[in-house]
Design a protein around this ligand. Sequence first.
Ligand code: NAD
Ligand code: MG
Length: 391
Amino acid sequence: MSAPRRISILGATGSIGQSTLDLVRRDPAAYHVVALTGGRNIAQLAADAAEFGAEIAVTAHGDCLDALRSALSGTGVEAAAGETALIEAAARPADWVMSAIVGAAGLAPGLAALRTGATLALANKESMVCAGPLMLSEARAHGGRILPVDSEHSAVFQALLGEDVGSVERVIITASGGAFRDWPLERLAAATPEEAATHPNWDMGQRITIDSASMFNKALELIETHEFFRIPPERIETVVHPESLVHALVGFADGGLMAHVGPPDMRHAIGFALHYPERRHVPVKRLDLATIGSLSFRPADETRWPALRLAREVMQAGGLSGAVFNAAKERALDAFIDRRIGFLQMTEVVEATLDSIGSHARLVDDAIHLDKVLEADHLARYTADEIMARL
Ligand code: NAD
Ligand code: MG
């Protein structure tokens, strides 16, 4: 038997992290868990670290260290806390690292893992949106690789296996339409965080679920497609597909479309990245197409979902505008969750932030350095807060 693979999971306590551990749990002898990281859910983090015999468990929050230490006492698992500890844990030698922290906070730990030459399974789409060229160049420079875990990007990756990327005519990313797909437009202004945090098909973390209702999630995914596969923006399309069974389609020069079809269960994409380049059994539901009967598609209306238009502008602008876009979106989402702004105001805040510092972001057209990316991120957060204070 070969030696167990060394794996780490950044954001282990979240939705993607727990689905990853679900797969690992089915074949524990195949893996040695190096590091697990989480936030304030110390009970979950400690229980998982003890169950999997992790070398180290890290909470992002310094004030949670004592609680983590006491929860892990007697288990032999090392406890640590804070951003630096998180980055150090991500840099511990591992073969495969799951990047499943939510937000731009996932960027530095993911980069630290890539710099060890590990394979990075990338659920944290914000890393590609904020710093796509940096992620790809660090992977190349250190002999590591990035495998997309976002379901649409895993789908595109799979459709491209064995294909010549030069023959790709277009990539179509599907969108469920989220919680408000069928709401009358005039109701959207009054939509609450609770209403936005329910998803018709996928069971995900709170933030990405609300981003699905506003289509900011799809906007991030369009940029992620552009950055990861180096496809020009005009060749990337979105279509609303309420059933969430076709995750993406790739169109080739001969007019053929390769579609990836599967149940809305992230364990497919996670399992694909975990087992790549092999395909192994993954315990997702098998689709019965005759029972499903039909698949439907409709246009993605940019009046209903202006975030899609902003994504196009960001892809055209390039440079650090992805980092600005994402950071402004994170602040606007915080404010919406706290009921400081309305649902539709999220897009207004992001657009105003882009307008306010867009030219500056282009000026420092240098998304290749982490410090520049973080600078743009901080400036965008500050600007978005100023804009919201004036609303
Ligand atoms: P989640 O909110 O369920 O979990 C997030 C994880 O990150 C938790 O472990 C949390 O403790 C940790 N975390 C949060 N803030 C942190 C910070 N500032 N520093 C360090 N750790 C922090 O989120 P999720 O739904 O699992 O999503 C994780 C990532 O995967 C996101 O980038 C999301 O867009 C992406 N993604 C998720 C899904 C899904 O089905 N949930 C699908 C595709 C992509
Ligand atoms: Mg997705």
